[in-house]
Design a protein around this ligand. Sequence first.
Ligand SMILES: [Zn+2]
Length: 57
Amino acid sequence: MTDQRRNLRLRGTPMRPLDLNFMCNRCNKLRAHGNHTKCSKLRQVESVERRAREKGL
Ligand SMILES: [Zn+2]
C-alpha cells in the first residue's frame, strides 16, 4: 500500500524546470530571437531518445 502513495507523489512533481522555457538550450540564445525550428526538432528527438532510454532501464 505504501507504493501507491509514492506514485501519487511522483505525479505531482514537475518533470522540467520552467527556466529553460524562454532560453534555447540548443544554441543558448533567447527563443524569441532567430529561428529555432531546427533546435526544437533536435530537442524533441533528444527527449524521445531519453524517454526510450529511461524505459529501457
Ligand atoms: Zn535555438
